[in-house]
Design a protein around this ligand. Sequence first.
Ligand code: DX5
Ligand code: ZN
Length: 220
Amino acid sequence: MFKTKIAPSILSCNFLALEDEIKEVEKAGADLIHIDVMDGHFVPNITIGPLFVEHIRRITSLPLDVHLMIENPSAFVDDFIKAGSDIITIHIETDKHILRTIDVIKASGKKAGITLNPATPLNSITYAVKEADLILIMSVNPGFGGQSYISAMDEKVKEAKKMIMDTGREIDLEVDGGVKASNVKKVIDAGANIVVMGTEIFHSGDYAKKIKEVREILGE
Ligand code: DX5
Ligand code: ZN
């Protein structure tokens, strides 16, 4: 068992070969499949919905880590639950009643994540952290793959780790955006235990080699 979980984001894969792409990262040692759901409102891009998640569910046994970058997420969580998501992560900026939505997700037996944009202060989730199964720190402004990691997020990851430790609960800490072999060590040293990697893996040409490189860098 590796300490760090690597979650390839399919946003950067070849969608015309989605099944092969997912099977290949699974074989290469990925721990989760990160699925970016975008609605063209909360973020300036449109991707996929529950139907896609349902199809992905049929071709992999890896946990599906569904990142909802959508307005009004509470209206759609049931669909993503039924589609076979394992983790459903909601942006604090989009849900006025996030604790209620977290309850719905957890009551279905799935894991509930809370995420926040780079400029959103961490104290916006102070009273929600202990209810979550996962905190996701966005290290780019969401909407696109292939952006650069915002270095001010190093401090935010450290503070989030402290916040989690203070709850005394086991809560995953995930980082998403611009994570590469070149900066993964500092992200993990800051306290994360799950890293999303989109372009770094899917544009690498050799997924197994890239994941092995990351594990070696982390000493795992
Ligand atoms: C950004 C998405 C990310 C993205 C990461 O809005 O949430 O998951 O796919 O891609 P990279 O690793 O290329 O920054
Ligand atoms: Zn994401």
